[in-house]
Design a protein around this ligand. Structure first.
Ligand SMILES: [Zn+2]
Length: 404
């Protein structure tokens, strides 16, 4: 350390600079999270910063094309008209990617939440070869990112995986329905020339879906909920005060492998009687005597037509979901359960059965106001959540994106 840095003046200058960067993130976060456009005066009130400080920070964000001004509106107070500030659209974006059991997807989302480009490919990835899948994903990434406006800056990429990921860079520890174990997906993604230098990180699919849902629910005031994402596997995540609770390694929320019946069928995780074996998509289709490759819409049509096997399958699925959720709610005391993935379109057939079990098994049910509802983010929530995870880092520290 040089003597210059250790002088009180140097330390104070560093503190000032840190504070400025911190405040910059604070102002950008407020503009992005606000359900309605905010003015500089609104931000000053909300943050306690002076009007002059807010103006200077807002101007820097506007210069960097992270924030846009809308036409001025007359405020009710006397004085100058207020200029509403909103997140900029089509300037800075992030790429969300997902590998799931029956599809592969890439979605580009900007700071305003607009989808600038996306592509989802259906295929069967049960017991798949990671090298083949990552090659396809690399091609899909190139295809989608090349299709968007060249002026859009990409802040990074996050890949959603239906399994255990304990570090941002991997490896994927285990994705039971893909049949993957200890796969270094980042290294694989970087081995293709088209995606060699792409900044990429990983997270669990349900964790990212829950993040997208938390973003969508924030304006409604629902900040804490249990999120359940139904696909071939079942992912879950607990959101507390707007943030996903990851647990010690980020491995929490594996509700799909909660035990419904120890004497039940063998699960792809190696255990028996897991929730997935009763309420995962394959399990629902199988017990409705339908082809596993059919979309969930086929099951809905059959149920709507009064097909007994389809209705029985959904009733059994709802009972299993209710049982697992009752255990979870008894443990963690959460008021809202949000159904995402295939459970969103299936909700009318599932919610009554789930609620019956919750009423029976949740000790606090008569007093807690427990609600089961359908996710706001319906289509490929993890793709949006993955992009949001990257953008969130930019919002917290926008200083790296100020100089164009
Ligand atoms: Zn299992």
């Amino acid at each position: 350390m040089t003597s210059r840095q250790s002088t009180p003046l140097g330390a104070s200058a560093i503190r000032q600079a840190n504070l400025r960067e911190h405040n910059l993130g604070l102002v950008l976060r407020l503009i992005i999270d606000s359900p309605v456009p905010v003015s500089r005066a609104d931000i000053a009130v909300a943050t306690g910063l002076t009007r002059a400080t807010v103006s200077s920070l807002a101007d820097r964000l506007i210069m960097a094309s992270l924030v846009t001004e809308l036409p001025p509106v007359m405020s009710q107070r006397a004085g100058r008209p207020a200029v509403p500030l909103v997140p900029a659209s089509g300037t800075l974006a992030a790429v969300g990617m997902e590998i799931n059991v029956d599809y592969l997807g890439v979605r580009v989302v900007d700071l305003s939440g607009a989808i600038l480009g996306e592509h989802v490919e259906s295929a069967d990835f049960r017991g798949s070869d990671p090298v083949t899948v990552m090659h396809r994903l690399s091609d899909l990434y190139s295809h989608v990112t090349e299709s968007i406006d060249g002026d859009v800056r990409l802040a990074g990429t996050c890949l959603a995986i239906p399994g255990l990921v304990d570090r941002m860079i991997g490896p994927v520890r285990m994705a039971p329905n893909l049949g993957w174990r200890e796969v270094d997906v980042v290294k694989e993604f970087h081995s293709y020339p088209a995606t060699a230098g792409v900044r990429i990180r990983l997270d669990n699919e349900a964790t990212l879906g829950a993040r997208a849902e938390a973003d969508a629910l924030r304006p409604t005031g629902t900040l804490s909920f249990m999120y359940l994402s139904g696909e071939v596997g079942i992912g879950g995540a607990l959101v507390v005060d707007g943030a996903v609770f990851g647990g010690r390694h980020g491995w929490s929320g594996e509700i799909g492998h909660m035990v419904v019946d120890p004497a039940g069928p063998l699960c792809r995780c190696g255990s028996t009687g897991c929730l997935e074996q009763y309420a995962g998509k394959d399990a629902l289709m199988r017990s409705a005597a339908m082809d596993l490759d059919l979309p969930v819409a086929a099951l809905i049509s059959a149920a709507e037509a009064g097909n007994t096997a389809a209705l029985d399958s959904l009733a059994a699925g709802a009972r299993a979901l209710g049982t697992a959720l009752a255990n979870a709610v008894n443990l963690i005391d959460v008021e809202n359960v949000v159904l995402g993935g295939i459970y969103a379109p299936l909700a009318p057939f599932l919610i009554p059965g789930i609620e019956d079990v919750l009423r029976l098994r949740v000790l606090s049910a008569p007093w807690s106001g427990l609600r089961v509802c359908v996710a706001e983010v319906r289509d490929y929530a993890a793709l949006t959540g993955a992009a949001s995870a990257v953008l969130s880092d930019v919002i917290d520290d926008p200083s790296a994106w100020l100089d164009r």
